[in-house]
Ligand binder design. Structure first.
Ligand code: NI
Length: 387
């Protein structure tokens, strides 16, 4: 059973929706236009629509025609990234500095495509819950929806999500059962030292020299303190200090991210970072504060439901095109927060694009749209019935 015909017949409409969203990208928690379009479309298809769940989040509820059954949730993200698009596409972003460089425009479109088809056919028991989430890109959209009692108001038996994957061949679907994507912290280390005239460094406690040394010490955590067989990433991505050639500044901040798969190990790394900062502060007689924010949970796919999702995807793309993803990914995804509450699975779907996500030249192969919509639709048709 390939892509659903009724969905592929609407491919032109899906492409039009996706290109419109692509031209008008919105950053996390600012998806006013996008969520309005989503809500209007759901309404127009007779789907019960709830807005402002997690600020700009939208939830659609659709009952099938085949009596009682289970409730299955499908989730798509809606936000764009602070990137200046450089694709030269005729439908490139019209908003300078904002771009759908992670394909969330396509994710939203695929879920809309499934919602429309299901609203026309209603050939399932139970209930479909369409979850359009804001702010996936590190701004806590999933947590905002959960804080607005998403699953208390709309309890689901299972939930599913998907992400496009430009590094996989078109139509290839992968799921990693169990731990799949990394948990992520963002950290800011603030060094408060003493500035001086650059020609008289002995009158300073130079925060730049201290920062340079501290960055080197942070690198020893993964190389010397964490077990080699356990994946962990600690990347310093920003250093900010100074504004003149002849002034030693008084402050410096170091920022970055940790990616982990084991909660206990992550805790050990946080405490090691604290010790290194404390040691440097003590050695130089200054203050070093470290602020750590736990942004993403580890994404854990339910083992059994991972295979369920692969089997259902196989009906759309063919058995030869689905496979268990062998390795964990050090990238993060806030669908993890929802999967902590409701069991489910998250798959990736390949397309014709080859430029990586979060790149100003990112290109999405639109042949993915009816494929993703069909997988979403089949998940509802089959999982609402099966326990
Ligand atoms: Ni993404």
């Amino acid at each position: 059973m390939p892509v659903i015909e009724q969905i592929s017949d609407n491919t032109d409409e899906l492409i039009a929706i996706r290109r419109d969203l692509h031209q008008h990208p919105e950053l996390g928690m600012e998806e006013i236009r996008t969520s309005g379009i989503v809500a209007d479309m759901l309404n127009s298809w007779g789907i019960e629509t709830h807005r402002h769940i997690g600020k700009t989040g939208v939830v659609g509820i659709l009952k099938g025609n085949n009596g009682d059954g289970r409730t299955i949730g499908l989730r798509a993200d809606m936000d764009a990234l602070p990137i200046d698009e450089k694709t030269n596409l005729p439908f490139a972003s019209k908003t300078p500095g904002v771009m759908h460089a992670c394909g969330h425009d396509a994710h939203t479109t695929m879920l809309l495509g499934a919602a429309r088809y299901l609203s026309e056919t209603r050939n399932f028991p139970g209930t479909a819950v369409f979850i359009f989430q804001p702010a996936e890109e590190g701004l806590g959209g999933a947590r905002a929806m959960l804080a607005d009692n998403l699953f208390e108001r709309f309890p689901c038996d299972e939930i599913y999500g998907m992400h496009n994957n430009p590094t996989a061949k078109p139509g290839k679907v992968g799921v990693k059962p169990g731990r799949a994507m990394a948990g992520a912290d963002f950290f800011d280390i603030h060094i408060r030292a003493e500035g001086s005239h650059a020609a008289m460094p002995h009158q300073s406690i130079d925060p730049i020299v201290i920062a340079a040394s501290l960055v080197q010490q942070l690198q020893t955590i993964v190389s010397r303190n964490t077990p080699p067989i356990q994946p962990l990433v600690l990347s310093v991505t920003q250093i900010h200090a100074g504004s003149a050639y002849n002034v030693i500044p008084s402050d410096c901040t170091i920022s970055g991210t940790m990616r982990y798969f084991d909660l206990e190990l992550a805790g050990q790394v946080r405490s090691r970072m604290q010790s290194l900062c404390d040691g440097m502060a003590s050695a130089y007689g200054i203050t070093i504060d470290i602020k750590n924010r736990e942004i993403f949970d580890v994404l854990v796919n339910d083992e059994a439901l991972s295979h369920v999702m692969l089997d259902i995807a196989a009906e759309v793309v063919g058995k030869e095109n689905v496979a268990v993803t062998p390795d964990v990914v050090t990238g993060s995804e806030d669908f993890a927060d929802m999967l902590r509450v409701i069991p489910g699975a998250y798959c990736t779907v390949g397309h014709e694009g080859t430029i990586p996500l979060h790149n100003d030249g990112f290109f999405l192969g639109e042949e993915i749209l009816p494929i993703g919509a069909s997988i979403y639709a089949r998940l509802i048709e089959q999982r609402t019935a099966n326990g």
